[in-house]
Design a protein. Structure first.
Length: 365
């Protein structure tokens, strides 16, 4: 079955689909809707799985395009009502207690929901995301039309513009999450949204502590809390011998654990800065350990040589399924953990000038 390609779902870079979040009690909700452009007897499907669209209910449209959906559930999660003939035509909603209003149209992106604080805010955010999605579409079309011989600088300029749009959008979503931290939309965004900017992602992680008590009790929040210290683990070096992470950490006042990969363009771009940082501060107590998310040993070793990396390296060669990346909730690279000599995590996600300033302050410079 096709994925439901919604404006929201296409821009959510989540680690996993949101499980329904069970609280005490039962949710009873009613949706009063209209379906403009549909005929009496046409059907719409309801799902709580935005990846597969597997239906949980069917709506039969009545006279004048009207329909009603009543539900009872012991958990709240994101749902969608969609047209099985055109899955991109849908409306998303939280199945919160109360009465919601849904207006479906035949024109994708024009349907909407209202009737609760979370659903009103969800609709407002989708409206705000739409211009970002259109700007991204235009740039992606530019990539498709790139011809052989196109100057590399033009390609990088397009990538930078695309990254800028992603960042602008992520900041808007972060602000929406903060404004709605007391309702289901805030919970959804705080636990599910991931951007292309580690610093913004860290701000999302920080929002976990601002969630109200009823949300704090949900198992997903405990699962998402990042570790506060590094526990010892071993992985192979490039030569195949095992390396203990703590054996390296104990050598230095401050250690950067750098998650990277040979196939990661931004990682390679960042590496000359990392080499310079290491050369500048190594004698003052800075160490670095690279953890590669490669799965090709030869490509990993070649990148180490080509990029002039002089610090310790380790990898289980499991790619994005790296055990260390999973354990420390690394969802995008490059990503750096900064730890002290005992393995306490002091900061994470810093890059460039902000990273050097933090390292310098920790080393007493």
């Amino acid at each position: 079955m096709k994925h439901l390609k919604t404006t929201l779902a296409m821009t959510m870079m989540a680690t996993a689909m949101m499980a329904c979040q069970q609280d005490k009690g039962t949710t009873n909700y009613t949706i009063n809707g209209t379906a403009q452009g549909y005929a009496q007897g046409d059907t719409l499907l309801v799902t709580n799985d935005l990846m597969t669209g597997r239906p949980t209910d069917t709506i039969v449209i009545g006279s004048n395009g009207a329909f009603t959906l009543k539900g009872s559930a012991d958990s709240v999660c994101m749902h969608a009502i969609y047209d099985p003939q055109n899955p991109q035509n849908l409306v998303q909603f939280f199945n919160e207690a109360g009465t919601l209003k849904v207006e479906m149209t035949k024109e994708p992106g024009m349907s909407n929901v209202s009737g609760s604080k979370a659903n009103d805010a969800l609709q407002d955010m989708i409206n705000k995301i739409t211009p970002y999605a259109e700007r991204m579409r235009v740039l992606r079309d530019s990539f498709v039309n790139i011809t052989q011989g196109t100057d590399e600088s033009e390609i990088w300029a397009l990538r930078e513009r695309l990254n800028q749009i992603y960042t602008e959008q992520a900041k808007m979503v972060l602000a929406t999450a903060e404004d709605n931290i007391d309702n289901e939309l805030g919970f959804y965004l705080t636990t599910q949204y991931r951007s292309n900017d580690p610093e913004i992602d860290q701000q999302f992680t920080n929002l976990l502590d601002k969630l109200p008590e009823k949300f704090q009790k949900r198992p997903l929040v405990a699962q998402m809390r990042p570790k506060t210290e590094v526990e010892d683990f071993t992985m192979p070096r490039p030569d195949g011998s095992d390396l203990s992470i703590m054996s390296e950490i104990k050598k230095n006042k401050v250690t950067l654990i750098d998650f990277w990969a040979s196939w990661c363009g931004p990682c390679r771009q960042e590496m000359p800065f990392m080499v310079g940082l290491y050369e500048k501060y190594q004698s003052k107590g800075l160490g670095i350990v690279g953890i590669s998310l490669d799965n090709n040993r030869d490509a990993w070793i070649k990148a180490i040589t080509d990029l002039g990396i002089k610090w310790a390296q380790m990898s289980d060669l499991q790619g994005r399924q790296s055990a260390a990346a999973k354990a420390y909730k690394v969802e995008s690279i490059p990503h750096i953990l900064i730890v002290d000599q005992q393995g306490k995590i002091l900061a994470r996600g810093l890059r460039g000038e902000k990273l050097e300033q933090f390292v310098s302050s920790q080393l007493g410079e």
